[in-house]
Design a protein around this ligand. Sequence first.
Ligand code: UD1
Ligand code: CA
Length: 460
Amino acid sequence: MFLDVVILAAGKGTRMRSARAKVLHTIGGKPMLQHVLDTARQLAPRQICPVIGHQGDEVRDAIDDSTLTWVEQAQQLGTGHAVREAMAHVAGDGVVLVLYGDVPLIGETTLKTAVSVATSGQVGLVTSVFADPAELGRIVRNAQGDVVRIVEFKDADEATRQINEINSGIVAVPSADLNRWLNQLDTDNAQGELYLTDIIEMAVNDGKKVTSIAAQPHEVIGVNDRVQLAEVERLYQAQQTETLMRAGTTMQDPSRVDIRGEITVGEDCLFDVNVVLEGKVVLGDRVQLGPGVVIKDSVIGDGTVVHAYTTIDGATVAAECSLGPFARIRPLTVLDEGVRIGNFVETKKSHLGAGSKANHLAYLGDATLGRDCNVGAGAITANYDGVNKYETHAGDNVFVGTNVTMVAPLNLQDWAFLAAGSTVTNDVGENDLAVARGKQRVIRKWTRPDQAAAKKKAGD
Ligand code: UD1
Ligand code: CA
């Protein structure tokens, strides 16, 4: 049976008080609508139709996915109207699943259940029981406990408002039935809108069964303002950290870890507090992340220790390395096994061979170093002339003394030794020592300025 997914996202989102479209606000670093799209994709639908209206162009540009059937709802005349606009693009031979762009945590299992209900010719309605159902639509059941209709809060009498079971808005319906019911909708209600929810009573009147699928409140919570956005973010983070803990990661405090991407972990990783992981991050076994570590789009090998307040972006780090505290590892850095990068060291587009070290206050940009090199405190590559970037290449066992400026382009052969304080502008051969600094001059028995005499003179 064909499945078509309709995602409602045309509303204004006034309560966000934002210049940005509501469904583009992010949860775990990803737009809410993208969460819904990714979950919908899991169901292998024939087509996904997001319905857009307010800031629609912005939404379409940001999501930038040519496989989607974008539907424009010029005027927001209600959820029923929105689905009707979408149905103009949907063949009537399958089932339709209606999702909301601002309900990002809906789960694949719940949706699969709803779709299978619709596939069997019934209506699959996702409901939940809320302690505080606020202004959500209420599920009305008959004496046998069957769903008979949905009543919107604004249309509900006091008794109906006491009902705690709410309409999530998510529903799966056989397409042909849906088309028929949508054509019968009217605006005879408190908001003068075409309510999608009215199809439930129509279904019952047509002798169709409405099967409810009970979802956990956290799955169907919608985002209308930034307070709810933060609540949903916390729920999402709790899910992510739970997944990582179940995969074998110890967290000192899971409530102080933030996951904004797709993270893969080996076993026995250890996260201290305030770790932030973004994009695609792959950690091997026994990786330790100290407090305040931020890692984006990187691969970290087994047993590597990342000390406090180190940031890593776009890097490939092998096993048994030690990074930080306070290191900045920038894109295209490749560190081989056992590399040690210490405090206030920055690397960019650089490859350090196994066992090489830069333990303090260094900058390595556009550089390749072989094995077992040592870069002293304050050593830097001068890789930029204001226009072009130049490379520094070092072989194995190169020793770079403290405060050396390596002016690129530069080639340093195996066992080259650069003396402390040198500004090295020419290539250095194997086993050669380069000293490029002012020669020390000694003035013997020099007389220091006399402070008392200077003061006395000033007073005169
Ligand atoms: C709707 C349901 C309510 C349910 C609640 C769950 C109806 C009539 N009511 O109420 O039973 O408990 O959702 O959150 O369906 N939208 C459009 N075009 C429109 C109107 C809305 O795309 O013309 C989109 C909105 O962007 C939003 C979603 O549909 O993503 C829900 O709209 P909203 O106005 O929030 O519906 P509620 O009144 O909250
Ligand atoms: Ca809403």
